[in-house]
Design a protein around this ligand. Structure first.
Ligand code: ATP
Length: 330
């Protein structure tokens, strides 16, 4: 088995914060445990969503993984390297985008930035040329690639940031809130591009976001961090099951049917069109769609059905609440 692309063991990172105490010029010294004993790994080629409420520790983890911050204790290895110690070497294996902070040269047009980055990454001129044209094409940068970055719109700049991060075709891409503030079309364009890049190049992805659309479209596993600790590691479906999230089966029946309020494991939500359309909710750990269909089939003929998945924002919110309740209970 190959080494994981990210390997985090008992990682802790604290910040010492000084706040005025109100007395003379005294200041209180407090310690914030931004990352508090995290352990997880990410295999090569995987795409993982990194979720958590504001202040949960996502950006701090990412800064440690990139070598911007040193761990207080524990270890982090990114692409097999110690990030702070091998920061320069790591930069050649890693692409990073911070949605809220630019890594581009404000006064340079994108095309110039790509040239500078090509030199930093020591790309052969032909490789740089090919990759630049590919990224301009796939991210639709043509119209503004010669405009100074300071004059770009947010959506244009983010596309430029992503292109810059992927110029050297790194095996690992880390994105911190890449779609924050983007309109629906720009988000979609970026998601399509990232999916395509992963298919083409097998790029591993760690995506910190509050956008559940990003998570659903781009990742196959999620990590939830809460007060610096790992609160969940698994699939979105698994999370929905864990918090007991309900799925909804919408049934189109052959004709008017009595309310189906006695199907074991389900709850009748509503009845429309004289009973020929009915919605039943169920918890996947209690019963299955197939079992419900079989039971309904004893009373009525089913012409069509659709399944509504749980609202993911709600699922994640419920997981936070559950973790909070558990920690209060001690
Ligand atoms: N440089 C710093 N100095 C002091 N405290 C910090 C510093 N950076 C982060 N923190 C604190 O560490 C905790 C974790 O912050 P972090 O930015 O990692 O959270 P986050 O999950 O990325 O939040 P968000 O979703 O709001 O970006 C917070 O309590 C934050 O105030």
């Amino acid at each position: 088995m190959t080494d994981p692309i990210i390997d985090v063991r008992e990682l802790r990172r604290e910040f010492v914060v000084h706040t005025p105490s109100g007395k003379w010029l005294r200041r209180n010294r407090t310690t914030v445990n931004a990352v508090d004993g995290l352990t997880f790994d990410i295999p090569r080629g995987a795409a993982v969503g990194y979720l958590g409420a504001n202040g949960a520790g996502k950006s701090t983890t990412i800064k440690v993984l990139c070598g911007i911050l040193a761990p207080t204790s524990g270890t982090a290895r990114t692409c097999g390297m110690e990030p702070v110690r091998h920061r320069k070497r790591l930069a050649r294996q890693l692409g990073v985008v911070f949605g809220q902070r630019s890594q581009l040269w404000w006064d340079l047009p994108l095309r110039e930035s790509f040239r500078v980055l090509g030199a930093i990454h020591r790309l052969a001129p032909a490789t740089l040329q090919r990759r630049t044209e590919e990224l301009i094409d796939r991210l639709d940068l043509g119209e503004f690639v010669s405009t100074p970055v300071r004059q770009l719109s947010l959506g244009q700049r983010i596309r430029g940031e992503v292109a810059a991060a992927l110029l050297h075709s790194p095996p690992l891409l880390i994105l911190d809130e890449p779609t924050i503030g983007l309109d629906v079309l720009s988000k979609e364009r970026l998601r399509v591009f990232l999916t395509e890049q992963r298919q083409l190049h097998g790029t591993s992805l760690l995506l910190a976001t509050h956008d559940m659309g990003d998570v659903q479209r781009l990742t196959e596993r999620i990590l939830i961090v809460d007060h610096g600790k790992l609160a969940y590691d698994g699939t979105l479906t698994g999370l929905a099951e864990r918090v007991g999230a309900e799925r909804v089966m919408v049934l189109q029946l052959a004709g008017p049917t009595r309310p189906l309020d006695d199907i074991p494991g389900t709850r009748l939500l509503d009845v429309e069109s004289g009973g020929s359309k009915q919605r039943l909710s169920f918890v996947p750990t209690d019963t299955t769609a197939a079992r419900i269909l079989e039971l309904v089939g004893r009373h009525a003929q089913v012409n069509d059905l659709t399944l509504e998945e749980p609202d993911i924002d709600d699922v994640v919110r419920r997981n936070y609440l559950r973790s909070a309740e558990e920690s209060m209970r001690g």
